[in-house]
Write a protein of this length. Sequence first.
Lengths: 200, 200
Amino acid sequence: MALPSERAVLTRDAIVAAAREVIATSGLEALSLRRLATGLGVTAPALYAHVTDKEDLLRALATAEFDALVARFAAVDEDDPVARIRAHGRAYVAHARESPELFHVMFLFPPDLGAADLPEGRELPGATQAFAAAFGAVEDAAASGALAIDDPLLAALTLWSAMHGVATVLQLGLDLPSEVEDALIDEVTDRILAGYRPSV
Amino acid sequence: MALPSERAVLTRDAIVAAAREVIATSGLEALSLRRLATGLGVTAPALYAHVTDKEDLLRALATAEFDALVARFAAVDEDDPVARIRAHGRAYVAHARESPELFHVMFLFPPDLGAADLPEGRELPGATQAFAAAFGAVEDAAASGALAIDDPLLAALTLWSAMHGVATVLQLGLDLPSEVEDALIDEVTDRILAGYRPSV
DNA sequence: ACCGCGTTGTGAACAGCGTTCACCACGACC
DNA sequence: GGTCGTGGTGAACGCTGTTCACAACGCGGT
């Protein structure tokens, strides 16, 4: 194993990282394999040793982005499950707002959140992990009686969908004043949570 | 003005309709101006007489799609404002589910829902009309005291975002059983409405 | 020390894309 | 009947993703 020479080694990760950079900086439209390759000091066909497809590359990027989201979720350390739900929502939207283009890529080739038939021992894909975290908080809130939830899966989907909607709508460029945007984020979560409040 | 001969006249509307057909049938990826043109019995450059751009074409298509959505909203004849809100939500998701690809196109080049600075006399763009309809129902519900709403705009955005999220999530291909999908649609609306229920 | 092998990247090529431009045919008008 | 203008054509440009035959390089074996 020779020392990595002056010329950078071409790894799948390096390619994905470079693609991420391009998209975050110049948008998805600007991502072409040829430009990406020359940016890496290499010609286009060289990429195909590490990536089967452009779609494959975007999928890998989406995966990485979901992992980053999982990390954000893991950084939430609220004890109260309801507070945790709120924090997840904010983290989700924050992630989306940080780079709208990357957020968009996450859903270009949709991952299956499907906690359906997991092979048990295997590492869960990021998307599933992220949803599992959100789901866990909902389950805790239901178990503790803080929220009146019949079907935790349905409730988690409800919250997730709603937050996803907010994240999406905020990127539509309808330039709402930023205090309205911030208010919207909390409003959606709060109203749904209020809808789940136990009737004492 | 001669009779329109056997050969179909090439209109902007005809082009948009053909594009709609292609996208609905074979997806956005399959839409190329060249193929679209040959489908219309014409060569590609001929399209540029009626369309400045591919983007222009997609924008026109999005506009048409928003108009269709407005028509759906107009068909809602519930008297009770809360029932109207629910009906709007269902209509929105139904529209999205009928052709996911077309729904996606609606937001490719985002329209501004901005009821901001409308030129007063001018015809409102479909996106704005659609939002206005939804907004109206929310205002009515607030005025009638059926819902406890401080800021109707915020509430309308809340509902819209949430429904948009549902519409989007349902297309992620995470194959939820369809009864869960249906339940999700109502659940989101109902929980938010519950969150706005006046505390008697 | 040399030879061969396997890896990794190259250069050229293919098909298709959006878009532009010079041209041409045809119907309407004087 | 000749002229004009509109609307469509054919060819071209530069770009894209992708494939393929080939070349350069370093390692292992003799």
